[in-house]
Design a protein around this ligand. Structure first.
Ligand code: ADP
Length: 679
């Protein structure tokens, strides 16, 4: 409370009359007082609101608020409640008014005309009182202040002491110890830190320490701390590398932070440690590296095993492995082929699946291979699950096990086809020699008859000579045809069958073929050849080669119709194709044989019944294919066959040899001709 202004005491004098105010002012003129004048009750209240007063001299009779009312309001305000009020009045002297004055808080009552000496003395008493009160207050204040200072000094002393103890304790720790304030700025590190990093405390606090944490770990460390702080967690832990003083080695540390709180539980900062875990971490990392290498190696081994197992499962061969400890492993194909589980095969020593004629030899070879620790090889027939036996080549090599002992790893390869081909070739050679021998024998016989009759000097008449020469010619023709067939086959096989396509008339070739065979066929009187062929049907073909196809089809129709009947040769044009069909009423072909007779040396009849090499249809189908056409058969056993040739009419002209076409860029005809590119 300030009741003085510039060392002077504030006194409020209130009177509605200026002469009253002037009189009071004159009486109280004193260098120690500061007189503040108010001309009404309201004015006095305003002044009291603005500043504090040591004494109020208040006129009772005033227009508006009189002195009593004004005093009441002054007393209501806590700030001015205790300010002494001296009423001054000229009129209200009776007791009733005086009483009212004391009621509203007057400390004195003065009547006008005022005795200046009395007024001055009274005022000086109150001013004195006021000053004393102020002094007491001041002393009390100073006392409080000095008490507080003393307390603060003691607290500061305690703090310093506790901080010293705290630091001593922290320095005695074997680990780095750190402290941070609430915003997260590190403000203390113990000696272990400064010794380890070589930084001074000043260089370390704030953000200086951050550079000692490895940059690869730094962000993770700070983020972990900040996120713990943001989530109001009391603890965090992180691992990071810290650079040691010599700046040569980053060593792993476990960094821990714990929230520091005061007695009321309010967060006051962070405390934490750095504990060196380098050896443990290195060992852990080494272990992880070893584990990773191990798992990598395991994955690779598993992948390899899987690849091997997939490979062996997918291999068309039967794969097997036999250990000298007696274990046997077979791939899935083996089980699929034989239809017998591996254990059963092993138990029966394969006697149930190896053909009985081959078993003894194979077993003997196997025993010898095991005894000599040598490669094993045998050829034997293995029974398929449907009961059929097929030839297999079984081979196996001994492999030394890393842990001692031997195992044989091997394959069983199906060689049935190879076997069949060999058989077929052998059959073919026997048939071919027989076929070639027959006309040769015939020629030899004819020549022998001639020689003999010449030796006996018997004369042969012309008719006899003619007959013998006919036989000789027919035989040489047959021989020549057989040799042509064989040459064609070898041309096809070696890719030297040449097709020379040019614009030509297929109808003409068919007519010629029908005419040349009709004579011979119909001469026997048992076969009739009917031709349904237009006069002209042109296209780009090699008609010399196609004639060979037509001859072969008509020749076969005659050969395989031993009971006679009718042969129908038809040619028609269908869209851009020429369609040739040769039908007979002969022996027909079994449905199972219809596909294979187009392969070389394949026949559907026994050689004893029908002579032939099984080459004609093979060569014909290749000639047709070279023309981009097709050759098909429909037939019913015992009822006859129909061979149909479809040939595109407008393929490119030129010479082709097993799929190679020359002059292909030159169209055979002018622009109006239909043209179909097929290569
Ligand atoms: P080849 O007649 O010399 O045996 P091919 O290649 O001309 O040789 O015929 C192959 C086989 O097709 C013949 O052996 C025969 O079994 C069968 N074949 C061919 N044409 C006919 C036919 N028109 N009727 C019945 N079988 C036929």
């Amino acid at each position: 409370m300030n009741l003085t202004t510039g060392g002077k005491v504030n006194i409020l004098i209130v009177d509605d009359r200026p002469e009253g105010l002037m009189a009071l002012e004159a009486v109280l003129q004193n260098s120690e007082y500061r007189l503040v004048k108010a001309s009404s009750g309201e004015d006095a209240l305003r002044k009291i609101l603005d500043e504090d007063f040591a004494l109020i001299l208040l006129d009772v009779q005033m227009p508006g608020m009189n002195g009593f009312e004004t005093a009441e309001v002054i007393r209501e305000r806590p700030r001015s409640r205790d300010v002494p009020i001296i009423f001054v009045t000229a009129i209200s002297k009776d007791e009733q008014f005086v009483g009212r004055g004391y009621e509203v808080g007057a400390v004195d009552y003065l009547f006008k005309p005022i005795n200046p000496a009395v007024l001055r003395s009274k005022v000086s008493v109150f001013v004195d009182l006021h000053r004393k009160a102020q002094q007491i207050q001041l002393q009390a204040e100073m006392l409080r202040l000095s008490e507080r200072r003393e307390r603060e000094r003691q607290i500061a002393e305690l703090r310093t002491e506790s901080t010293r103890k705290y630091q001593n304790l922290a320095d005695a720790l074997p680990n780095v110890f750190w402290k941070a304030n609430v915003p997260g700025s590190v403000d203390y590190f113990n000696k272990v830190w400064t010794q380890f990093t070589g930084l001074t405390l000043d260089e370390s606090i704030g953000a200086g320490w951050v550079h000692c944490v490895h940059e690869e770990d730094r962000n993770q460390f700070l983020e972990r701390w900040w996120s713990a702080d943001a989530a109001q967690e009391d603890f965090f832990e992180v691992e990071a590398r810290v650079l040691e003083a010599k700046k040569t080695e980053w060593r792993w540390h476990l960094i821990r932070g714990l929230v520091e709180k005061d007695r009321s539980g309010r967060k006051t900062g962070w405390l934490g440690t750095f504990t060196e875990i380098h050896e443990r971490k290195e060992a852990e990392q080494e272990r992880m590296r070893i584990l990773k290498r191990e798992s990598q190696a395991r994955i690779e081994a598993e992948e390899q095993a899987l690849r091997f197992s997939q490979l062996t499962q997918l291999m068309p061969q039967l794969v097997w492995e036999f250990r000298d400890t007696g274990e046997l492993w077979l791939n899935q194909r083996c089980v699929e082929y034989t239809g017998v589980p591996a254990e059963e095969l092993h138990k029966a020593r394969f006697s149930t699946v190896i053909h009985s004629d081959d078993y003894g030899v194979s077993l003997m070879l196997w025993k010898k291979a095991v005894a000599d620790k040598a490669p094993f090889s045998t050829q034997c027939r293995l029974r398929r699950k449907d009961g059929q036996y097929r030839w297999f080549m079984i081979k196996g090599n001994p492999v030394r096990n890393p842990k001692g002992g031997f195992r044989w790893v091997g394959l069983a390869t199906d060689i049935q086809e190879f076997y069949d081909q060999n058989n077929q070739r052998a059959r073919f050679l026997s048939v071919a020699s027989h076929e070639l021998k027959t006309p040769l024998t015939s020629i030899r016989t004819t020549l022998q008859i001639q020689l003999k009759s010449m030796q006996l000097e018997r004369t042969i008449d012309n008719t006899q000579m003619q007959r013998l020469l006919d036989i000789g010619f027919r035989s040489t023709d047959r021989l020549a045809n057989l040799i042509d067939d064989l040459l064609d086959h070898s041309r096809v096989e070696s890719g030297q069958l040449v097709i020379e396509s040019k614009r030509s008339c297929l109808a003409k070739a068919v007519h010629e073929a029908v005419n040349s065979s009709a004579g011979a066929a119909e001469a026997t009187g048992r076969l009739k050849i009917v031709a349904d062929v237009p006069d002209q049907l042109e296209g780009v073909w090699d008609c010399v080669r196609l004639r060979q196809v037509i001859d072969n089809l008509i020749g076969n129709a005659i050969k395989y119709s031993p009971d006679g009947g009718q042969i129908c040769v038809a040619l028609r044009s269908e869209r851009d194709e020429a369609v040739l069909s040769v039908s007979d009423q002969g022996i027909g072909i079994d449905a199972d044989d219809q596909a294979r007779i187009f392969h070389a040396f394949e026949r559907a009849v026994p050689h004893s019944d029908f002579a032939g090499l099984g080459i004609g249809l093979y060569v014909s189908s290749r000639i047709v294919a070279q023309h981009q056409g097709t050759l098909e058969v429909t037939s019913e056993k015992g009822k006859g066959s129909t061979f149909i040739v479809r040939l595109p009419r407008w393929t490119k002209s030129g010479t082709s040899q097993m799929g190679l076409t020359q002059n292909v860029s030159q169209p055979a005809f002018g622009g109006d001709e239909p043209f179909q590119a097929t290569l």
